[in-house]
Write a protein that binds this ligand. Structure first.
Ligand SMILES: [Zn+2]
Length: 470
């Protein structure tokens, strides 16, 4: 890194250290506003909470002499001055997910500091990182560091419910030359896999034999590998079912439970939940259930057996589904069978979530719907493209160099299966602020951010902005 930038570092560091208390006070004021999306109101597309959080954020920024604009409560912009030209854009968001239950350290909207951490909904996702970016602009302004080119912090109000805030923003302006979003992990995410979704519908043949599947229920979210599966089955004696379940437990590692009620057996399976993008971290109760159903001794179940063959337990990468693929940059495809429902009339609904490497495209996925059709099912598919930015771009190289300098850790690109705020934005990368390997409980109870992690992120943003816009 060139000498002039290194020369600004002690100043920048001292600035953030001197403004630590003020930073925490501002963050507490933002955390105090419950900014989850609610019903739209006149002039407030996401309801009152996000609009209040935006107003407060812009008030804080303007109070430090920064230039601000509110774009109809979809997003706000914050800059050093009123110039519309900008080379660099930083995308953060102010909306939060619902507070949920189970908080133990503090109330979700009352920020509390404990042992160098601040707890509260939005501390890590994404009010803390948003404020770190605003403080980077403030530090540049107050330290009198001059820039030749513009920089803009955009604070959005709808990241958690589909990023329609940015859809609106991009109808009003075009992207800057360089964009990063501190709404994910360090070091830097330059590759987000694509998504291939399949909704499966089938009508099972009328069950004429002794053994009958009354109902199956498994999974509620298409992007979560289910931990639980339940079925009601009749026509099998309890002892026979116990044998089948013992076999299943041995083969799959799921826990099984059995209860009888009259002539009906209630079967429950327990595996391990995981994100759909990471099938090897879970133990899928839905595919274990298919394996159990395939063991039932009736010819009527041919359609279910075929489904089990396409999605055998333990195959999280689509080998049997005929769509296995991988490449060096993105790793393997994930193929997770996450929902399975069968009702008393024999209607089957299932859902598959697949995260696809950058080297794969639509024709590569065709074998799966083909196989499903041959097995008697209807398959409705959806595809969204992967997102990739070369590690050799000046933006990526600069951000990683500053990351190494400030955090003292190796700066390298990582690939993920999910999508970030910059998905689909050419050249955009996700950068910070979560430490790799630290679970900040984003979206759960007791969400927290490490104060130093936020402050050093602010320092890093300040010197990186200088480097990119000087
Ligand atoms: Zn977020």
């Amino acid at each position: 890194m060139e000498q002039r930038i290194l020369d600004t570092m002690p100043q920048v560091k001292a600035y953030f250290e001197a403004h630590r208390a003020e930073f925490l006070q501002d963050l507490a004021a933002l955390i105090a506003i419950d900014s989850q999306r609610t019903e739209a109101k006149e002039g407030m597309p996401y309801g009152e909470g996000p609009a209040q959080a935006l107003a407060k954020t812009l008030e804080i920024a303007a109070g430090y002499g920064l230039y601000t604009e509110n774009w109809e409560n979809y997003v706000g912009i914050i800059q050093l001055d009123d110039s519309k030209e900008r080379k660099l854009e930083i995308l953060a968001h102010l909306d939060v997910v619902p507070e949920g239950k189970g908080w133990t350290v503090t109330e979700p909207f009352v920020m509390k500091e404990v042992d160098g951490k601040v707890y509260g909904r939005g501390t890590a996702d994404d009010k803390g990182p948003a404020l770190a970016a605003i403080y980077a602009l403030r530090a540049i302004k107050e330290l009198g560091i001059s820039l030749q080119q513009g920089v803009r912090v955009v604070v959005g109000c709808d990241e958690e419910c589909g990023s329609s805030d940015l859809d609106y923003y991009w109808t009003k302006t075009s992207p800057a030359e360089m964009t990063f979003s501190p709404d994910a992990d360090y070091p830097l995410i330059n590759l987000e896999k694509g998504h291939f979704g399949v909704k499966i519908n089938g009508i099972l043949p009328k069950q004429t034999g002794v053994v009958k599947i009354q109902s199956v229920q498994c999974g509620t979210k298409s992007n979560v590998i289910p931990a639980d599966a339940e079925a009601v089955i009749s026509g099998v004696c309890e002892e026979e079912m116990r044998k089948l379940l013992a076999q299943l437990a041995e083969e799959t590692g799921v826990e099984t439970a059995l209860a009888s009620e009259g002539t009906q057996l209630h079967v429950a399976l327990k595996g391990t939940a995981a994100h759909a993008a990471d099938p090897d971290a879970g133990n899928n109760a839905a595919t274990a259930m298919l394996q159990l159903l395939a063991k039932l001794p009736e010819a009527d179940f041919a359609m279910l057996k075929a489904l089990h063959e396409i999605f055998p337990h333990g195959d999280g990468h689509g080998r049997s589904a005929g769509i296995y693929g991988q490449d060096e940059e993105s790793g393997e495809i994930s193929v997770s069978f996450n929902i399975l429902n069968i009702d008393e009339t024999g209607n089957l609904f299932a859902e598959v979530d697949s995260r696809t490497p950058i080297s794969m495209s639509e024709p590569d996925f065709a074998p799966l719907p083909e196989k499903l059709k041959s097995a008697g099912y209807a398959a409705e598919t959806s595809i969204s493209a992967p997102h990739y930015v070369s590690p050799d771009t000046p933006l990526v190289k600069t951000l990683l160099a500053h990351y190494e300098t400030w955090f003292g850790e190796k700066g390298e690109c990582i690939a993920i299966g999910g999508g970030t705020y910059v998905h689909g934005l050419p050249g955009g990368v996700a950068f910070g602020c979560a430490k790799l390997g630290v679970d900040n409980k984003m979206h759960g109870p007791d969400e927290f951010a490490e104060i130093d992690q936020l402050l050093v992120s602010g320092m890093l943003f300040a010197t990186a902005i200088y480097d990119l816009c000087k």
